[in-house]
Structure formats: structure tokens, C-alpha cells
Design a protein around this ligand. Sequence first.
Ligand SMILES: *[C@@H]1O[C@H](CO)[C@@H](O)[C@H](O)[C@H]1NC(C)=O
Ligand SMILES: *[C@@H]1O[C@H](CO)[C@@H](O)[C@H](O)[C@H]1NC(C)=O
Ligand SMILES: *[C@@H]1O[C@H](CO)[C@@H](O)[C@H](O)[C@H]1NC(C)=O
Ligand SMILES: *[C@@H]1O[C@H](CO)[C@@H](O)[C@H](O)[C@H]1NC(C)=O
Ligand SMILES: *[C@@H]1O[C@H](CO)[C@@H](O)[C@H](O)[C@H]1NC(C)=O
Ligand SMILES: *[C@@H]1O[C@H](CO)[C@@H](O)[C@H](O)[C@H]1NC(C)=O
Ligand SMILES: *[C@@H]1O[C@H](CO)[C@@H](O)[C@H](O)[C@H]1NC(C)=O
Ligand SMILES: *[C@@H]1O[C@H](CO)[C@@H](O)[C@H](O)[C@H]1NC(C)=O
Ligand SMILES: *[C@@H]1O[C@H](CO)[C@@H](O)[C@H](O)[C@H]1NC(C)=O
Length: 402
Amino acid sequence: MVLIKSFLLAASLLSSPKSRPHVQCHPKNPSKPIPSSPPWTKTCYVDSNGDGSDDSQNILKDIHKCNPGGHVVFSAGTTYIIRTASDLTFLKSIDLDIQGTIQFTNDTDYWQANSFYHTFQNATTFFQLGGEDVNVFGGGTIDGNGQVWYDLYAADIYILRPILFGTVGLKGGVISGLNLRYSPQWYNFVANSSDIIFDNINIAGGSKSSNIAKNTDGWDTYRSDNIVIQYGHIDNGDCVSFKPNSTNIVVQGLQCNGNHGISVGSLGQDVGEVDTVKNITMSNASDGTRIKVWPGSQSALSGDLQGGGGGSGRKNVTLCNEYPSSLVIENVVIQNFKGTTSTKYDPLVGYLVCSSPTTCHNITVQGMEGVKSPKGNYQFTCANIDESGLHVNCTSKIESRM
Ligand SMILES: *[C@@H]1O[C@H](CO)[C@@H](O)[C@H](O)[C@H]1NC(C)=O
Ligand SMILES: *[C@@H]1O[C@H](CO)[C@@H](O)[C@H](O)[C@H]1NC(C)=O
Ligand SMILES: *[C@@H]1O[C@H](CO)[C@@H](O)[C@H](O)[C@H]1NC(C)=O
Ligand SMILES: *[C@@H]1O[C@H](CO)[C@@H](O)[C@H](O)[C@H]1NC(C)=O
Ligand SMILES: *[C@@H]1O[C@H](CO)[C@@H](O)[C@H](O)[C@H]1NC(C)=O
Ligand SMILES: *[C@@H]1O[C@H](CO)[C@@H](O)[C@H](O)[C@H]1NC(C)=O
Ligand SMILES: *[C@@H]1O[C@H](CO)[C@@H](O)[C@H](O)[C@H]1NC(C)=O
Ligand SMILES: *[C@@H]1O[C@H](CO)[C@@H](O)[C@H](O)[C@H]1NC(C)=O
Ligand SMILES: *[C@@H]1O[C@H](CO)[C@@H](O)[C@H](O)[C@H]1NC(C)=O
């Protein structure tokens, strides 16, 4: 025991701090510059107990020691076990250099009772990271131990599955070069936050049982402004999903595999704000990009809203036609797509259907010449939409699909 402890201590002392990465945004810059961070004034090394017991007190102690102005190192080759929900919304000018692995326990009873609850869609998070000017990097891994949650969710959709990485009330920061694994639910929830870059985040982790890992979106943004999400690889549910009051969001250079692509709940509520999604590579995806609205009625079909989309009960065209959404969608440009669709809906490659003739205005679809459907001569399904902005061939036959 003594030997093991001193070996771990030696190992953490050997792990050298990494320098803060210089993350550039391209091709699009954030709509407002991300404030720059001052140099470190101190460095703190977090110890792990190394015996499977809770390391969250070790982590909190070093974060308090180094906040503000410091650099907290989670050593390479070390696993930190977390069995306590930590509120990290007090951070100020601090760098978290995660080189090792942070793993949340599989204690579903504890986490359901103690993770941070956000009224929005019953979202809960293992921890919440907020404050001002926070950089997180280091090449390490954050592991949500999701399997037990995927299995539990299959038995009860109302369980509260924590989101792996909660960015809540953060102003200014760069979160880069991390591996996120086996999140019980969405991987990132970005709420009440502004001026943040997520760069080169690698997301993966599916279910090993027959219960699939549902609603494991890469990012969901809510009530947040000026966020860049770029250059990562995402293997999962929705790649990025914009939830209400997400403004000035740039998504670029992501590689999304096996998911629903980019989804829009509701964006740009305030005049003059622009969201851009650019240069996304999508493979094995059910959709490239989607803009989804709820039918305009309280629907008993929604069940748990934790996923905010994707559940088959909500893809109900009859219900949408019966109760058209009153949400207005306007000033949307979809352009320059390239790629090949699957045979599933061939020759249809897209669905441009508004809930009623009065709800969509100024929708432009152009530059789709690079889209190939297996039979060639691809077509879009179009209805309730002004076709003068649609530079594609429309067919008006509505398939029961959304
Ligand atoms: C939970 O984790 C513990 C410790 O790693 C392990 O012994 C146990 O089998 C796990 N339980 C489940 C349900 O996966
Ligand atoms: C965001 O801030 C609003 C207003 O202070 C608050 O009502 C809401 O609970 C916050 N949401 C989250 C997810 O923290
Ligand atoms: C939208 O979010 C911003 C913060 O980004 C907040 O100041 C504003 O009050 C929110 N608007 C609404 C309608 O909730
Ligand atoms: C698009 O993203 C890919 C990575 O997925 C990157 O290699 C490429 O340079 C980007 N293209 C532009 C024009 O930014
Ligand atoms: C698409 O999925 C297949 C089968 O899972 C996989 O082999 C392939 O690598 C995926 N494509 C990309 C570009 O990730
Ligand atoms: C939140 O969870 C409660 C209890 O499980 C459920 O009744 C409610 O519909 C959920 N609300 C949302 C917005 O998902
Ligand atoms: C869709 O909604 C209609 C009207 O409420 C209902 O009759 C029908 O069963 C629903 N279809 C599915 C597939 O849930
Ligand atoms: C139509 O939408 C585009 C793209 O958002 C915008 O630049 C343009 O000003 C809009 N036109 C009108 C008449 O609102
Ligand atoms: C529409 O279809 C016609 C006939 O197949 C074809 O010549 C034309 O290029 C298509 N237009 C677009 C915008 O795809």
C-alpha cells in the first residue's frame, strides 16, 4: 500500500504541465473576440487516492489553491474517480490541464439525487463549470461510465441521466483537446454562457448491450452567445443541437459520424444575430442538417423531453398537420452541400416542409449540385414554402417523414 502510494505520488510529480494551446478559429472567427487569458502565477498537482475512492475533495482542494490565476494539473496515467457532484462555477482565470482520466462512478441512485438540475428539459449534469476565463486542455479523458445508464434508461425513460460536461454560466474560455467518453446523455450542455471556444474535442462511446445509447448529442447550447465549436470528431447522437436562445454560434470543421447531424431547436431569437454552421463532414448520418419544431399542441407523445428530439413518438406528421406549429422560421440559407445520400429515400435527399404557408419566410436553398443520390436526379420534398428561393427540384408528395 505504502509502495503503491509513493509510486503514484512519484508518477504525478513526473507529469509535466502542458502549455496552454493557442487555439485559432478558422475559417470563421467568433462574432466577438474571445478575451485572452493572463499567464499562470502558480501550478497545483492533483493527487489521486488510487484505490477507487472519491477524488473529488483532492480536486476541489487544488482548484481552490490555484484559483484565481493558476494552473491545475491532472497527471497523465492517473485515474481520478468522482463520486460527488462538484459545483465549479466560482472559477476565475484558471487552467485545468487534464492529462489523466476523470471517471464518474456508476452509482445511478446517488447521481440522480445529487447531480445539478437545470429546469430546461430536465437536464442534469455531473458537475458544472462556470465563472470567468477558464481554459481546459491536456489531452486526457473524461469518462461518464454510461453503460449502466443506457441499460437503466431502457427500463425507465424518466430516469435523470447526467450530462457529462456541464458548462454553466461561463464567460470566456477555451475547452480543447479532450476525449469525452460514455456520457449517460448529451456530452456537452452549454447554458447561460458566452465567449467560448470548443476545439478538437473527440467524442465517442456507445452501448455494449442491446440497449442503445440514446440522446447522446455532442453539444446542446441553451441561452448562450458567441460560441465556436470546431475541429472535433463526434461518434454519436445529434452532432450539435441548438436549443432556445442560442445566438452567434459558429460550428465548423467537425467530423460527425453515425448521427443526426446538426439540429436547430430555436435560434437567433433576437434581431441581428447570426448562427453559422460551416464545413461539417458528416458520415453515416441520418440527416445532414435539420430544423425541427414541435407541433402546436401539448402533446402526450413527448414523454421525457430529455433528448429534445429524435424520439420516434415525436415524428408524427399527422399531429403536425393537425396542429401546425406557430413558430416562425425565417432568413435561413442552406448552401453548398456535397455528398452522397443513402438509398433509403432515393431519389429524395431533403425535406423542406413548413408547418403552414405562413410560418416560413425567406428560405434559400442553393448550391446543391454536389449532392448525389444513388439514382441520380435527386429531388427535395417541398410544401408550404415559397419555392422562389429554392434552387432545387421540388416534388410536393409528402412522405411521412420529418
Ligand atoms: C459499478 O462500478 C463498480 C466499481 O467499479 C463495479 O464493481 C460494479 O460492478 C459496477 N456496477 C455496475 C452495475 O456496472
Ligand atoms: C440561466 O439563468 C437563468 C436566469 O438567471 C436561470 O433562470 C436559469 O435557471 C439558468 N439556467 C441554467 C441551466 O443554469
Ligand atoms: C437570451 O440569452 C441572453 C444571454 O445570452 C439573455 O441575456 C437574454 O435575456 C435571453 N433572452 C431570453 C428571451 O431569454
Ligand atoms: C474543413 O474542415 C476540415 C476538417 O474536417 C479541414 O481539414 C479543412 O481545412 C476545412 N476547410 C476549410 C475551408 O476550412
Ligand atoms: C461509417 O460507418 C462504418 C460502419 O460502422 C465505418 O466502418 C466507417 O468508418 C464510417 N465512416 C466514417 C467516415 O467514419
Ligand atoms: C421532467 O421529469 C418529470 C418527472 O419525471 C416529468 O413528469 C416531466 O414531464 C419532465 N419534464 C420535461 C420538460 O422533460
Ligand atoms: C400521430 O398522432 C395522431 C393524432 O394524435 C395519432 O392518432 C397517431 O396514432 C399518431 N401516430 C403515431 C405513429 O404515433
Ligand atoms: C433573407 O435572409 C438572409 C440571410 O439570413 C438575409 O441576409 C436577408 O437580409 C434576408 N432578407 C430579408 C428581406 O429579410
Ligand atoms: C432539375 O431537373 C432538371 C431535369 O431533370 C435538370 O435539368 C435541372 O438541372 C434540375 N435543377 C436543379 C436545380 O437541380
